[in-house]
Ligand binder design. Structure first.
Ligand code: SAH
Ligand code: DHB
Ligand code: MG
Length: 233
């Protein structure tokens, strides 16, 4: 009953507050048809992230974990026409699906997809002198979140907004020996737990101001963390 109710309320929110969007629908449909897992942000979380980016006046964004580009479309649309979005994806087949979805959304010129494990592509971005980004959305393999947060700070400035998805995992985050409910194992839980420690206590000399929000909805019980980089130490 609980999941049914959460999904019904999500449907209600979407029906009343989100415009019909054939481009986003097609992105999800083509992602499913290509066999990508159904783990994109929900429509209402996509729209919340877009609202936050607009509130913060974000012009440049780095995303970790593209999947089929569903979240990428939401995020890129919130940027100005001369904005920039770099998104990192390990799976070349997923990246191909995302490229098609982004082109159809008319965002192909604004979005750069870097294919490869993010822990390999992040140092390349840094070596190229890329950044600092106005915002960074961390949504790849959660076991590597600690490394992603360290790199995110190297690509940040004071004031950079950092959002980390999936930091509740149906409450499994509470148990250090717990298993991720979607099959990510204990490594995922360890990665997410360490994320809290780093956001709360800082990373190296850098400090952040952070909170996290639990969410229920069509994707179950999860949540996201939101942080502002205060200083880089
Ligand atoms: N942001 C997407 C969902 C991303 S799902 C959305 O909401 O629409 C997580 C993604 O991270 C998957 O596409 C997976 O292939 C990718 N991923 C997993 N390990 C990775 C790694 N080491 N580097 C980069 N991407 C990775
Ligand atoms: C899952 C959900 C996500 O939002 C994500 O980015 C990765 C995995 C999941 O439910 O397994
Ligand atoms: Mg996610």
């Amino acid at each position: 009953m609980t999941q049914e109710l959460w999904s019904a309320v999500d449907d209600h929110i979407v029906e009343h507050l989100l415009d019909p969007d054939p481009v986003l629908d097609a992105a999800l449909a083509d992602s499913a048809a290509a066999g990508l897992p159904p783990i994109a942000v929900t429509p209402n979380l996509g729209k919340l992230l877009a609202l936050i980016l607009r509130l913060a006046g974000v012009r440049s964004l780095l995303e970790l974990g593209t999947l089929g580009g569903y979240s990428t479309i939401w995020l890129a649309r919130a940027l100005p026409a001369d904005g920039r979005l770099v998104t990192l994806e390990a799976n070349p087949e997923y990246a191909e699906v995302a490229r098609t979805n982004l082109d159809r959304a008319g965002l192909g010129g604004l979005v750069e997809i870097r294919v490869g494990p993010a822990l390999d592509t992040l140092p390349v971005l840094a070596a190229e002198g890329d950044g600092p980004f106005d915002a960074i959305f961390i949504d790849a393999d959660k076991k590597n979140n600690p490394g992603y947060l360290e790199w995110a700070l190297k690509l940040s400035r004071p004031g950079t907004l950092i959002v980390v998805d999936n930091v509740v995992r149906a409450g499994a985050v509470l148990d250090p020996d717990g298993e991720d409910p979607s099959g990510g194992g204990n490594e995922t839980i360890q990665g997410v737990r360490r994320t809290y420690e780093m956001l709360g206590s800082g990373v190296g000399g850098a400090s952040l101001t952070a909170t996290a929000i639990q969410t229920v909805g069509s994707k179950g019980h999860d949540g996201f963390a939101l942080a502002i980089v205060e200083d880089l130490g």
